[in-house]
Design a protein around this ligand. Structure first.
Ligand code: TNX
Length: 672
């Protein structure tokens, strides 16, 4: 008997998890360790002290096993065995803790979570889940005998808007993956999910009154009027969300304290909509498609066609009904103004109003769309360019993305402002120079993101009041052509860093401390969540040689990036027009090249655009006769020659590539 008791004690000690709060992400406002110890009994009992918290109790119970959710009532409350439980309650009315704040106490008899509101209780639960062993985040964690060391945490967010944007237009993300993405955001106390649902290359939301928008515009390549771009090439590629799926996702996110803000990008970035309904584009008498092998790349809604606003009323009416958010994001970025200046109606409108700059017409367009939203009880959220047109609704929320100044200007003008300057918040950028990712905003490492402090941007106190928070983006041009884990790889652990920029008081933030918590505690949690996060890669430089080569083509070269770039092994070359079937590109070596392999690359090597979508490759060993060496895949081929090579030739089999040009790199020759 004695021995059994000892064994039980030893087991209890062995299963005791007393890591305390040393590894929390994001770091709370205040943590005080106490001497006490809490131990779960044979089961987790979750008391719900307020009926509105029942969904959260069920949520928490899903992570623990065995677990029961109890709503104490009258007498029953007294009769219950009141030790070893978790209670979820709301703070009393007069409590001064800010919105979304919570207090979490690990007492000897109970874990007590008290939230300022529903969101506060949710955030407290996230902290509790991080106090448990990492595998608790995988769900159904057996609690019996598990201990927590005593704590008192008081915590609340630095910013009310803690956002992450996902571009599902360039690369379609299946609904289950979107839900998983949202779930993972919520574990980091990120409370806004900005869902970029439409762009030039895809329309992802079902609109019942305009069913073609998603049914046709949800796909590109193959028989779709939207030409392939950004990976998958010849195969028809895409997908869209039904309204039923979206409603389910909105509810899923709501339970997790995540508000979804949908974006329909207007009036630019709308090539897909223009392919489905060509009449929405400007009545441009001279559309020039000579450069694009016949493809009309126009992508801007005509600002003066009255029927466009009626159509937008139908579309946005459904979007507003689907999403309960106060704001609907209506884009406003990167409008190609020449499409308006070439349109007789838009030109006439500009002249009548005395506007000399197209941006004023954008201001007009946005005002009309704002009116539509207002009728559905919504306000507009916009990219910062939309401010420049003048007359942007004072109730609009501005996302300052172009640079740091954009956020300053928005707040100075009194707009509710979300800060997201690309050089800190664009998670489609590379994380280090040799990794995949775009580069136009520089290398955005987690450390770079972490270093952003809104308070150092130069806002006055009054302007700071306008700053609602921060947001990072994942634009997905590159994603379609990468392995499946790319989304996780690009966003984690950068989202962990984002969570502290958004949540943790600046004086508590320290990169070295964050990295320590990340590596000693938090990466294990990401693993339990099934996140294939980035670890810094080991890259060994590849050896290359640069044999003398001359380059020619059936297509003429561009002036900006001539073919001599290939001959000089410099950067890339660019054609002046897109490619058609039978067009060829010839690389001739001055002397036979004895090598292990030669890689030929069409399209930008950092972005899958400007590619010879379909083409065969031929090799010549004598400089006269050519034999088939293979076909391009995603615009590339690696030829492993059987003898010294005299020449290589790419022969296009595609009618255009959705672009105005083809990109070609110098051959990458690997010596023997
Ligand atoms: C700029 S950010 C864009 C996007 C691209 C992104 C690529 C913004 C409002 N526009 O359309 O996907 O750069 O990094």
């Amino acid at each position: 008997m004695k021995i059994r008791k000892l064994a039980a004690l030893a087991l209890a000690v062995a299963t005791c998890w007393c890591a305390g709060a040393t590894g929390l992400v994001p770091l709370p406002v205040s943590v005080r360790e106490t001497k006490s110890l809490f131990r779960f009994g044979s089961a987790a009992t979750v008391y719900v002290l307020d009926p509105q918290l029942k969904p959260l109790a069920d949520y928490l119970a899903g992570y623990l096993t065995p677990a029961r959710v109890v709503r104490p009532q009258g007498d029953l409350y007294k009769r219950l065995e009141l030790t070893g439980y978790i209670s979820l309650g709301l703070l009393p009315e007069g409590d001064t803790l800010p919105a979304e704040g919570y207090r979490l106490r690990v007492l000897p008899e109970a874990v007590v979570i008290e939230g300022r509101d529903y969101a506060g209780v949710f955030n407290g639960i996230q902290t509790l889940l991080q106090l448990l062993p990492p595998r608790a985040l995988a769900g159904n964690f057996p609690v019996s005998g598990v201990c927590l060391s005593g704590l008192e945490i008081t915590d609340y967010p630095r910013f009310s808007y803690r956002g992450m944007m996902l571009d599902v237009a360039r690369t379609f993300v299946p609904i289950e993956d979107v839900m998983r993405f949202i779930d993972n955001l919520s574990h980091h106390k990120i409370n806004r999910f900005h869902w970029h649902l439409s762009d030039d290359e895809g329309w992802r939301v079902e609109i019942k009154s305009c069913p073609e928008l998603a049914r046709v515009g949800g796909f590109r390549g193959g028989d779709s009027p939207v030409w392939p771009i950004y990976g998958h090439w010849d195969e028809k590629y895409g997908g869209y969300y039904t309204q039923e799926e979206i409603a389910r996702t909105v509810e899923y996110a709501r339970v997790r304290n995540v508000e979804i803000i949908p974006e329909i990008d207007l009036p630019g970035h709308s090539r897909t909509a223009g392919k489905v309904y060509p009449e929405i584009l400007c009545a441009n008498p001279r559309v020039n498609t000579a450069q694009t092998a016949g493809y009309d790349r126009r992508n801007v809604w005509c600002a003066t066609r009255e029927e466009n606003y009626a159509l937008l009323d139908k579309i946005l009416g459904e979007v507003c009904a689907l999403f309960p958010s106060e704001y609907i994001h209506i884009g406003g970025d990167e409008v190609e103004m020449d499409q308006w200046s070439d349109c007789p109606h838009c030109k006439a409108k500009m002249e009548a109003e005395g506007w000399t700059d197209g941006i004023r017409l954008e201001g007009y367009f946005m005002a009309r769309v704002t009116e539509i939203l207002a009728r559905y009880g919504k306000r507009p959220a916009v990219w910062n360019e939309a401010m420049e047109g003048g007359g942007l609704d004072p109730g609009a929320r501005v996302h300052g993305w172009e640079n740091r100044k954009a956020g300053l200007e928005a707040a100075a003008a009194g707009y509710r402002t979300v800060l997201m300057p690309n050089e800190y918040f664009y998670f489609d950028m590379k994380q280090s120079p040799l990794e995949p990712g775009l580069t136009w905003a520089g290398v955005v490492s987690a450390e770079k993101n972490y270093s952003f402090d809104p308070a150092r941007e130069g806002f006055t106190a009054a302007q700071m009041e306008c700053v609602e928070g921060v947001e990072a983006t994942f634009w997905s041009e590159l994603y379609a052509s990468q392995e499946h884990d790319y989304l996780d790889y690009q966003t984690y652990p950068r989202i962990c860093s984002l969570s502290e920029v958004a949540w943790t008081p600046q004086p508590r933030r320290d990169w070295a401390d964050f990295s320590r918590r990340l590596s000693t505690a938090h990466l294990a949690r990401l693993e339990a969540l099934g996140i294939r996060y980035r670890t810094p890669p080991h890259t060994t430089p590849v050896r290359r040689i640069t044999p003398q080569v001359s380059f020619s083509s059936s297509i003429r070269e561009s002036t900006s990036n001539p073919y001599s770039n290939i001959e000089r092994y410099r950067h890339y070359a660019r054609t002046a027009v897109s490619c058609r079937p039978g067009d060829w590109f010839l690389y001739s070596f001055a002397a036979p090249v004895d090598c292990r392999s030669i890689e030929l690359i069409t399209g930008y090597d950092f972005l899958p655009r400007g590619i010879v979508t379909r083409g065969r490759v031929e090799v010549s060993y004598d400089g006269v006769r050519f034999e088939r060496a293979g076909v391009l895949e995603k615009g590339r081929i690696t030829v492993r020659p059987s003898a010294p090579v005299r020449a290589l030739r790419i022969v296009s089999e595609c009618t255009g590539n959705g672009e105005t040009h083809v990109i070609l790199y110098p051959p990458r020759v690997e010596p023997r």
